[in-house]
Write a protein that binds this ligand. Structure first.
Ligand SMILES: [Zn+2]
Length: 115
């Protein structure tokens, strides 16, 4: 289950961005998860919550924003949302598509407690 390694990666990235002394001040970590990134949001949340339990990050909330799968057509240059099972341009029926968004997984922001 690769959600555990992803959750570990998120936690270690946060550790690189935020100074150790400020880690207890983190309230929420927002991440963008592409629809096409093969991540099960529930599993990722579960993995994250089990990994932070009893650590300095205990009680940090992980917020996931799901980014829709979109492709850009090389023929008509349009960007369209698309279903994973039909990789065809809805505008011109071309199959020459490139991924525009939907495969990403990154930390979008880290919110600190205000005090
Ligand atoms: Zn097209």
């Amino acid at each position: 289950m690769h959600e555990f390694s992803l959750a570990k990666e998120i936690i270690s990235q946060v550790g690189r961005i935020i100074p150790v002394n400020d880690l207890p001040q983190i309230q929420t970590i927002k991440i963008h998860v592409g629809e096409f990134s093969n991540v099960m949001p529930d599993s990722l949340l579960f993995a994250f919550n089990s990994l932070i339990e009893g650590t300095i990050l205990n009680n940090v909330r992980l917020e996931l924003e799901i980014v829709a799968l979109k492709v850009k057509c090389n023929i008509c240059q349009q960007v369209h949302p698309i279903q994973t099972n039909s990789f065809v341009c809805p505008n011109c029926n071309s199959r020459e598509l490139q991924l525009f968004s939907g495969s990403e997984l990154f930390i979008e922001s880290i919110l600190m407690k205000d005090n």
